[in-house]
Design a protein around this ligand. Structure first.
Ligand code: FMN
Length: 366
């Protein structure tokens, strides 16, 4: 990665493979539940939401979890990348974000046994459990038929179905290239399908996709390998993991290190470090609560690492990078209230960078 010694790290350009980013600030992936008329097709909302943050100076935008198949959606209002209409709609959003100087990665996802849930929007607040089929829900799948607490039991995936899931990731990767995405981020975190296979608390299979560490990591490894083969060699592949289940006997940092090393070997270029989601656990949430996991992983591998989780203030974000805890920071909720967080970060860190602003906004520069 390139860096300019005269600029704070947070605002310095960086590189993954041949992809240059204007700074080290990523927009964290965030489901919007705003798909409107057609299944999985991103709408005007997505253009405005992602476009505003691209215009606000983010180095890289990571889209919300975008399903590789209809049954892989978290909710009926999620985006997808399994057909031509979705590809075309994404193309417009991708090209707008790139025109603003941002890079854009699609987060490819399969929600596994946590699919078919109600959108997390205020108007659905009273709804609980799995969305029934008569209300546009669907049957879910998982490593076993054991349900996530409060949700319907999934169908356990047979070996042939697993091959189908891998093929869906590969097909979505092909469409991501067609749509012009700069990078792919594989969503292996938060208790969705791949994390369900990783966690010993969820994956109790006895075949080659379960059992010991290598068995539970097999699906992650096979998807990453197959996607890397499909994705153009010059473009980066990122993987988001949960570094821990926050519960004894669960997935933990030691197993995450083993996984990260394997992912690096199959050509993954960066790790995006989150936590939790596979089981219900007490999570000690506070400022920068996941940064320590990013640091531990960064020390164990040679690929760059992104930290996320209540990194809200520019000086704090700069310190995360300066201490060597991470190479990138991702900003989530703070960017929902402030689309131009990077512009303010530059101002507060003493950087005057006109390229962070679209021409039409120069007169409003900090
Ligand atoms: C509204 C919302 C939607 C989210 N959707 C996703 C998602 O689609 N994929 C994902 O990996 N994480 C998702 N997350 C988690 C965020 O990417 C991020 O890791 C988390 O919010 C912590 O960062 P923050 O404190 O900066 O918000 C979501 C978070 C929020 C608040």
């Amino acid at each position: 990665m390139a860096s300019d010694p005269s600029s704070p790290l947070l605002l310095s350009p960086a590189r993954l493979r041949t992809l240059e980013m204007r700074n080290r600030i990523w927009l964290a992936p965030m489901c919007q539940y705003m798909v409107e008329e057609h299944d999985g097709v991103p709408a005007d909302w997505h253009l405005v939401h992602l476009g505003a943050r691209a215009a606000g100076g983010f180095g890289m935008i990571v889209t919300e979890a975008t399903a590789v198949s209809p049954e892989g959606r978290i909710s009926p209002r999620d985006t997808g990348l399994w057909n031509r209409d979705q590809t075309r709609a994404w193309q417009r959003i991708v090209s707008f974000c790139q025109d603003q100087g941002a890079r854009i990665a699609v987060q490819l996802a399969h929600a596994g046994r946590k699919a078919s849930t109600w959108p997390a929007l205020p108007r659905y607040r009273a709804r609980r459990g799995t969305v029934p089929e008569f209300a546009s829900g669907w049957r879910t799948v998982g490593p076993t038929s054991e349900p996530f607490p409060g949700l319907d039991a999934p169908d356990a995936l047979e070996k042939a179905d697993i091959t189908g899931v891998i093929d869906d990731f590969v097909a979505a990767t092909r469409r991501a290239e067609e749509a012009g995405f700069d990078a792919v981020e594989l969503h292996f975190a938060h208790g969705y399908l791949v994390h369900e296979f990783l966690s010993p608390l969820v994956n109790t299979r006895t075949d080659e996709y379960g059992g010991d560490g290598p068995g539970r990591r097999r699906l992650a490894r096979e998807i990453a390998t197959a996607v890397r083969e499909q994705w153009p060699a010059e473009r980066p592949l990122i993987v988001r993991i949960s570094a821990t289940d926050w519960i004894d006997g669960g997935w933990d940092i030691t197993q995450s290190i083993e996984l990260a090393r394997e992912l690096e070997q199959v050509g993954v270029d960066a790790l995006h470090v989150s936590t939790g989601g596979a089981v219900i656990a007490d999570i000690a949430v506070g400022p920068e609560y996941q940064v320590g996991f990013a640091r531990t992983l960064r020390e164990a591998v040679s690929m760059p690492v992104a930290a996320v989780g209540l990194i809200t203030d520019p000086a704090g974000a700069q310190e995360v990078l300066e201490r060597g805890d991470a190479d990138f920071v991702a900003v989530g909720r703070a960017a929902l209230r402030e689309p131009s967080w990077p512009q303010r970060a530059a101002h507060e860190l003493g950087v005057r960078d006109p390229t962070l602003y679209p021409g039409a906004y120069h007169r409003g520069s900090w």
